[in-house]
Design a protein around this ligand. Sequence first.
Ligand SMILES: *Cc1c(COP(=O)(O)O)cnc(C)c1O
Length: 512
Amino acid sequence: MPNRIDNPPLRKGSTDVFVADLQRGPEETLDPSDWEELRGLGHRMLDDMMDYLSSVRERAVWQPVPLEIKQKLSVPLPLESSSLESVYGDFKQDILPYPTGNIHPRFWGWVMGTGTPVAMLAEMLAAGMNSWVGGFDQSAPLVEEQVLSWLKKILEYPKESSGVLTSGCTMANILALNVARCAKAPFDVRKQGLQNQTHAPLVLYCSTEVHSWAQKAVELLGLGDNSLRRVPVDSSFRIELEALQAAIQSDRRDGRIPFCVIGSAGTVNTGAVDPLVELAALCKEEQLWFHIDGAFGALAILSPKWRNSVAGLHLADSIAFDLHKWMYMPFEAGCVLVRDSEAHRKAFVVNPSYLASQGRGIAPQAPEFAARGVELARNFKALKIWFSLRTHGTLKFGRLIEQNIEQAQYLAALIEKEPHVELLAPVKLNVVCFRFNPGSSDDEELDWINEDILIRLQESGVAAPSGTRVSGCFAIRVAVTNHRSRKEDFQLLVDSVLQLGLGQSREIKQAR
Ligand SMILES: *Cc1c(COP(=O)(O)O)cnc(C)c1O
């Protein structure tokens, strides 16, 4: 046997370096020299954060980041240490006061979650453990499996299916499309890539209302944006089944290879839900992969009253959704479930020697979660979900989701009652698109009036909807994924829109 510790002889002079090292004294560490002092400051941070959360309603929803703060947050690299006390002081002064406002009761922009105090504490505990959640014999992957099995149960998805928590729904959707591509392509995508010119192009389908993740996904997966067929929608913003069918036939006739249909359970613009059961049947008949983007909408299944509006989730070959939207988890927490666990694994598994299983010890198996996605290093995001589901229970989440849908209906009713505001899309779930319309302006003028109303709402700190375009018109858009909102908040929104809009109209009239 060769002598493995047969080191080359030390170069002349190198021992001097060792000696210098030893004279430097004890080794350094990032742990504090005084734990009691850090403990004291840590307790204060926790108290401050509890005050911050419990008083959120008293503050403006949002305020712009002042120029001097932007400058303070763009300073040279720190070489020397500073006291934690002073760094924390800067955090409180320069960082904490300037969020987007998404934890506020009147934040309804885009689709963001509010976070919860319980999950915040769980995040701290997870950061303390600093688990690497690729796999191995440790508690964290078991907690993730437990959470995944609860999520399968919630969505009525098969027990034997596979899943993984992701940063968000964009990543979850991208992973699912990669599995679909590997499973359905009539050649070895992993080996050949899509560079092989001998096969026909792969194509897939979604509605024109699909979220922009789909463009990123097809570009990233090498399919290209042309492969994504955006099928028209009906007046309720649901995919037109006949148009979909026609597109599939036409692609087949032209020699292309249809492989997947993406259904949306809750579109980002209007909350529309595609006809999932029909899409599943069509995919079965056409032998296509059926993927559902259920970013927020999928969780409507938790409400006994509204679960039917997303019927058919369990029929998907894969489904992606977020827990940082309608489960109110702090960012980041997304999830993808894949019905065929073998197909999931086959799309991602790699076997380098440094990750091989040793049968026993820390690595009795190769890292399992690394074979379910692209990330190897993963954090313990399962812990906040585990704490939240155990602490609050799914019934509570169901009631909150129902509350949000009913708040959206309530807002829609307020809008329908007022002659100077109008809905721009049917309210099917928790998204309300509307605009101020006094009846005296054309669409172009209404667009800038409403954009101006939206900006003023945000800048005044009163409420934070976001904007979008619906059927060509600028819309003030409210997406309710907020466990802190109350009915009165929506009344205040309508009153503020009317007040701002009527002020605008008066100014326009005077100018004419
Ligand atoms: C938010 C959203 C996404 C993207 O999810 P992220 O978690 O933001 O990456 C995808 N689809 C829909 C319908 C969404 O609302």
